[in-house]
Design a protein around this ligand. Structure first.
Ligand SMILES: Cc1cc2nc3c(=O)[nH]c(=O)nc-3n(C[C@H](O)[C@H](O)[C@H](O)COP(=O)(O)O)c2cc1C
Ligand SMILES: [Mn+2]
Length: 475
């Protein structure tokens, strides 16, 4: 059976039954879905949430699916520390997609014709308080480059304007926007399709840094470990994933821009917006018992899905420059930071590794912390400890002024003035060298309890104090 959202949900529930929770109570798509995610996040819990009854909607909604590295490691079949390496290696070995017959494509089980399209029947959430409206946050938009004929895919936010129209917001150099502009220049509508609900390998393949236009379907295949099955779209020459939960087909109109935003973006602030092109939806196909997929915008899931592909590409580049690289973490709690652990051979390794990381991900990374191989970069406490004990600001801090920007999604890349007219500016980057000096220098050893002794500790024998013991000790 081809991998899809449901095969992954099966894998996830098998891995940990508590990682998927059903919400049977009716929820309002306006804040109701994100309210559950936020209430659980306050308690430090991030289960996937399957909403069965969304007010006004005719299908279920899943959100909070990819909220941890463990869930990414699960589908990649590796340990969390190995995600960047495994992710990077898989992307080096793309797997070609295959085209299947319409009868074998689950996403064709149901069809909504153009006259009946009504987006308000989909459980599309309003995520944050000041958001301009409901948004598709996990839609993978597919478009064909008219010059090369290649199909490109990516996640772009889509604000819903009415029953059949939505926006699309492209960041500067992303291929999706570059391709759209080619159609616009010719005054032609750009045929597109939006896939909702699929295996995490498909979602993350679509947001991986693939060189040049296209290649996302091949990246998805590599991450899923099998060829992605595609099917012919109904209204265009596009090929779309055959086992997505839902496919929206339509066109980006060349001359129909619409105001969009605000939207709570991944840095946790309302950012971006302005005037965006309009997409008109002309057909919807969906599976039986379709599950609409949402990503909690500006929440942990947004950062995990966006951060992991970056750590994969950083691993790959830095490893070539500094072979002693152990692993990389672009933490989901701050995607502008990057922690590198290295087996240092020379003191110069630190800056070489840090600049390689900065150059791989020049858009958002601004704070690089380099630590030794004994520090677990997936444990924020360990990184903070290394900064506290192995970093001296005067010697080990390198500030790179005007590295990033101008403008974009980081709040620091803007100059704010009292009139509210903000202008784009550059922001700085910093390299924090929290490594010990390179050998042969003798640095104090880390205090540890002998490992064999730790393994001998009989944790199963631990119990509560009895009443008698409490009495004896008078506690
Ligand atoms: C949850 C999520 C939301 C995203 N939203 C947008 C967006 O609104 N606009 C955008 O240009 N990129 C967005 N991205 C990033 C792109 O999907 C990503 O950089 C992708 O690789 C771009 O592909 P492309 O260069 O082929 O267009 C988002 C990524 C994630 C994970
Ligand atoms: Mn691309």
């Amino acid at each position: 059976m081809a991998k899809d959202l449901r095969t992954y949900l099966g894998q996830l529930t098998q891995f940990d039954v508590n990682s998927v929770k059903l919400v049977d109570t009716e929820v309002d798509p306006r804040f109701g879905i994100t309210a559950y995610a936020a209430a659980l996040a306050e308690k430090g819990e991030y289960p996937a949430l399957l909403f069965n009854k969304v007010k006004g909607a005719q299908m279920a909604c899943i959100s909070n699916l990819l909220t941890s590295y463990e869930r990414v490691a699960l589908y990649l079949g590796c340990e969390v520390q190995d995600i960047p390496r495994v992710y990077g290696e898989k992307l080096q070995q793309p797997i070609e997609p295959v085209v299947v017959d319409r009868t074998a494509a689950k996403v064709k089980e149901n069809v909504i014709e153009e006259a009946d399209v009504d987006l308000s029947k989909l459980p599309i959430p309003v995520h944050n308080e000041m958001d301009g409206g409901p948004y598709l946050s996990a839609g993978v938009m597919i478009i064909r480059d008219p010059d090369s004929g290649l199909i490109n895919a990516g996640i772009y936010r889509h604000q819903i304007f009415n029953e059949r129209d939505m926006g699309v917001w492209f960041l500067g150099a992303h291929h999706g926007g570059l391709i759209y502009k080619k159609y616009k220049k010719q005054g032609k509508p750009a045929p597109i399709a939006i896939a909702l609900g699929h295996h995490p390998g498909f979602i993350m393949g679509a947001v991986s840094r693939v060189q040049g236009i296209g290649g996302e379907y091949e990246a998805a295949g590599a991450l899923m470990g099998e060829p992605l099955e595609l099917v012919q779209a109904d209204t265009s020459d596009l090929l779309v994933p055959a086992h997505a939960e839902i496919i929206l087909e339509g066109e980006i109109l060349p001359d129909n821009d619409h105001s969009e935003g605000p939207f709570g973006e991944w840095p946790g602030h309302y950012l971006g917006g302005g005037s965006v092109p309009t997409i008109r939806i002309k057909r919807i196909t969906y599976r039986n018992h379709a599950i609409f997929q949402d990503i909690v915008a500006s929440g942990r899931e947004h950062l995990v899905v966006g951060g992991v592909p970056r750590s994969g590409s950083i691993y790959h580049t830095v490893k070539k420059i500094v072979p002693g690289l152990k692993t990389v973490n672009v933490p989901f709690y701050a995607r502008m930071n990057c922690y590198l652990s290295i087996q240092k051979e020379k003191d110069a390794d630190v800056k070489k590794a840090a600049f390689a990381a900065l150059n791989t991900e020049p858009e958002n990374l601004r704070h690089i912390v380099v630590v030794d191989e004994d520090i677990d970069v997936f444990n924020g406490e360990e990184v903070a400890w290394a900064i506290g004990t192995r970093f001296d600001a005067e010697r080990d801090l390198l500030v790179i002024p005007r590295w990033n920007g101008p403008g974009g999604l980081l709040p620091t890349n803007w100059e704010y003035n009292a009139e509210g007219k903000n202008t784009p500016r550059m922001s700085s980057a910093v390299i924090v060298d929290a490594t010990k000096p390179a050998p042969p220098v003798v640095f104090p050893k880390r205090a540890v309890v002998p490992k064999e002794q730790v393994e001998l500790a009989d944790l199963a024998s631990l119990r509560k104090l009895s009443a008698e013991e409490k009495n004896n000790w008078q506690i």
